[in-house]
Design a binder for this molecule. Structure first.
Ligand code: APR
Length: 392
């Protein structure tokens, strides 16, 4: 049992890679720990950059997002100094986001993978990976009812996310993992309410950061900065809305559209990058390769970018006998990963100032204010922002 390419994980990374490989006539098999219903309902990101849409369109994977996705081109910053809107779609490369919930994209990608004749095993966990430094890697899998099976392939794509098996299969002597804890946490919320304004809104407030971004006509994502270790259940709907109104300065800019809070989850902002993201016949893609904080909505976009590069490299190897692009996979991806990390890190520093009156906190808030002021007034800074915000 097996396939030329074994893929662990049916998130955006594994599903885009699988579909692109099938389009090239390369057989592959996806192993996913969760059920199909689970992955098709899991709400995550939703802002797709221009490159992502191009890759999905070229791969015949954009039917759903072109029909139901919404174009988005503006973000607003609210601070004690006032509000300014930045129409990033008119800056930089003139690119916009397409807002399409990740679970809808995953659902489309699963349907297309199956329509192309792909083999996907849900409720099946990858539990051990051996032989990736040789020619015939083997993947041991176990189903929910305890059945184990050994799959073999010529290549393994580790697309099983930040807590997956693939990243642990790279020996510590063969790669380094660079980690950064940003020491900031967000309460990530989904509200059953239409968006409150057209733009993505970022509010910088002495009580902490708050964010607003569209998802669908009836669901909106909000974020509230909270102390580390916060229990999301401590936040009732009432407390959430009152804090959002305060930090979004609703008294000045108008009330928010309230609705039941459908999901509340604390996200500790952290990033890591593995270097290299390949080992023998194993290639890491998406969160398995590098974890990025959600501050600039780059996670899913990086995953698609890497999946496209790996699909091309595997195609050259399998169909053309040329393994050079595969050898260069990590070197091709890492500069782009670091660039996204840099922007995401800059966004964190743009949106969060430390609380308190001690010298360092006041100093850092001064820098934060200068950064926002530069973005508000400098056309060149806005061009740079737009290029990095939508692009990879
Ligand atoms: N065996 C099989 N499947 C596994 C295993 C395992 N041992 N461990 C994890 N998985 C599955 C998870 O259930 C999940 O469906 O791997 C998948 C990984 O998917 P994601 O976490 O979505 O990761 P990725 O595809 O890299 O996503 C890219 O999208 O929204 C963002 O935050 C997300 O930045 C991430 C990005």
């Amino acid at each position: 049992d097996g396939a030329t390419v074994l893929i662990t994980g049916a998130g955006p990374a594994g599903l885009v890679l699988g579909n692109l490989l099938l389009a090239e006539g390369i057989d592959c098999l996806i192993v996913e720990r969760q059920s199909r219903a689970h992955v098709e309902r899991r709400a995550r990101a939703g802002f797709l950059g221009a490159h992502t849409v191009r890759v999905l369109t070229a791969g015949g994977l954009a039917g759903g997002l072109l029909a139901a996705g919404r174009q988005h081109d503006t973000c607003a910053f609210r601070t004690e100094d006032g509000e300014f809107e930045l129409v990033y779609g008119e800056r930089g490369n003139g690119e916009v986001h397409t807002v399409y919930p990740q679970q809808d994209l995953v659902r489309d990608l699963v349907a297309e993978f199956l329509a192309r004749g792909g083999d996907i095993r849900f409720d099946t966990e990858a539990v051990a990976l051996t032989g990736v430094d040789g020619h015939r890697p083997e993947l041991l899998t176990r189903t929910a009812d305890g059945l184990t099976r050994v799959l073999s392939g010529a290549f393994v794509a580790g697309c099983d996310g930040r807590h997956g098996l693939a990243r642990t299969a790279v020996p510590a002597t063969a790669a380094r993992r660079h980690h950064r804890d940003h020491r900031v946490s967000w309460l990530a919320l989904l509200a059953a309410a239409p968006q409150s304004m057209a733009a993505v809104a970022y509010a910088v407030h002495e009580a902490g950061f708050a964010g607003h971004m569209a998802r669908t006509p009836d669901v909106t994502r909000y974020y509230l900065q909270v102390p580390r270790g916060t229990d999301p259940q401590d936040w009732t709907d009432e407390r959430i809305w009152s804090e959002l109104h305060l930090r979004m300065r609703a008294d000045r800019y108008g009330p928010l559209h309230e609705g039941a809070v459908l999901e509340r989850r604390v996200v500790d902002m952290a990033s890591d990058v593995q270097d290299p993201i390949q080992y023998g016949r194993l290639f890491l893609v998406g969160d398995a390769a590098s974890l990025i904080s959600p501050s600039a909505a780059k996670g899913a976009n990086l995953a698609v970018m890497e999946a496209e590069i790996l699909a091309r490299a595997l195609t050259a190897a399998v169909r053309g006998g040329d393994e050079k692009p595969l050898a260069a996979y990590s070197a091709d991806c890492l500069p782009r990963i670091w660039r996204a990390q840099e922007f995401s890190h800059w966004m964190i520093n743009l949106l969060h100032g430390p609380a308190g009156d001690h010298d360092e906190a006041v100093f850092l808030r001064g820098l934060q204010r200068a950064r926002l002021e530069s973005l508000r007034t400098s056309r060149r800074h806005q061009d740079h922002f737009a290029e990095n915000y939508v692009g990879i």
